[in-house]
Design a protein around this ligand. Sequence first.
Ligand code: HEM
Length: 499
Amino acid sequence: MTTFYLSLIISLFFLIITLKVFFNTSRKFKNLPPGPQCLPIIGNLHQLKQPLHHTFHTLSQKYGQIFSLWFGSRLVVVVSSLTIAQECFTKNDIVLANRPHFLTGKYIGYNNTTVAQSPYGDHWRNLRRILSIEILSSHRLNSFLEIRRDEIMRLIQKLAQKSYNGFTEVELRPMFSEMTFNTIMRMVSGKRYYGNDCDVSDVEEARLFRGIIKEVVSLGGANNVGDFLGFLRWFDFDGLEKRLKKISKRTDAFLQGLIDEHRFGKRNSNTMIDHLLTQQQSQPEYYTDQIIKGLMVVMLLAGTDTSSVTIEWAMSNLLNHPEIMKKAKNELDTHIGHDRQVDEHDISKLPYLQSIVYETLRLHAAAPLLVPHLSSEDFSLGGYNIPQNTILMVNAWVIHRDPNLWSDPTCFKPERFEKEGEVNKLLSFGLGRRACPGENLSQRTEGLTLGLLIQCFEWKRIGEEKIDMVEAKGITAGKKTSLNAMCKVRHPLKINDVF
Ligand code: HEM
């Protein structure tokens, strides 16, 4: 009899717990944004075709400007409206200031402790402060100006040598990647890693490093199914975790080597490592080697590809629209003339050139879904309930093509930015406290590179055919095919440095 009552009490206890969980859960998931039917266990993962922002665009046409998906057991909400995106990063900015954790963050991002992956809180705030003051402040960016100028001039010289005797076909992508990569690498460590004229004494070291970065970029992204289906991780069926473990060891050893070189060898130069090692001397408990390596990784991964793909898209659009290229050239000829090269401080006086950069960022945002955010508590958005631990993605690609916001939204028309306030509708660098801290640096690099490319050369397409504008599948939305074009040095331009 006692056993009977005991079993009854235990059963009732479990029934109450189950009902409580059920009611809490269903209340929690009541009034969610609409979304497609999902399958047991995998949710909507089977529907996620690359590029993801295109799939989300199709889904938003059916389910609206805010919809829900299930990535395995994780709820994902996708926003495709500027007003709702602004609601995310004003009223709900703190609730959405966390990041979801992915396998790449665990292995490459020092267990999600870097500034790009770290949860919102004191640690993240400190890292943002270090990044803003020690590396990306206007003062520091000015002190790194010579590096940027030198790398861009190397690119200009290379093109000038190739095309001095007339129109010559050039492949631009590797040159843009070399330039942005060397710029960031020199800011970080003082070393040039790319190109025939790289100054790394150990060529093997340069080769190894290029391999590391290529692999890290290919493993990044928020669409590894193993991130959402925990049980797949136990089997590591695609070997992703094993590859990430291996690559993280190589990356760490490489970055540690760079720090040690500065610690035990050449100090007192203007590099990020040296500035951080100086801070380490006074505050060793905070400025650990791991913090420094995390900042190096973020600078290299967030700051290189993003800028080079933007420059490649801008040039592709200019080649498809010679009248825009001509207008930009006239602006440069009028304001700068033929006797000197355009410089970074001129860019603010060249509104049309700036508008070309904005228009490129509108149509070809390098991070079309920004970077995923995570809600730290339940909140409401666009009239729906969003539970804690929801992954939020903003489809900037769609918002930048919204016909209610932009006239002829798919046309490349820099003139649209002549209207005051238009630039405030851009989401290319995100909004709110987790917005991109590298915006100023990237706009300086893009403005100067494009300015010099337009000022110093004549450009045309290889044939009649327009440049193919199809997007690749990688984490940064680059062009699928590498950009080749015909270029010729502009003879009226008497610039000794270039020739
Ligand atoms: C065209 C160039 C670039 C574009 C389009 C771009 C875009 C973005 C976007 C959309 C985000 C996420 C914002 C969000 O979470 O809502 C981001 C974050 C970030 N970007 Fe950039 N970025 C560019 C260049 C750079 C550069 C040059 C650097 C640094 C050298 C940089 C460093 C970062 C960092 C550290 C974060 C993470 C911020 C955080 O989580 O607190 N980015 N970027």
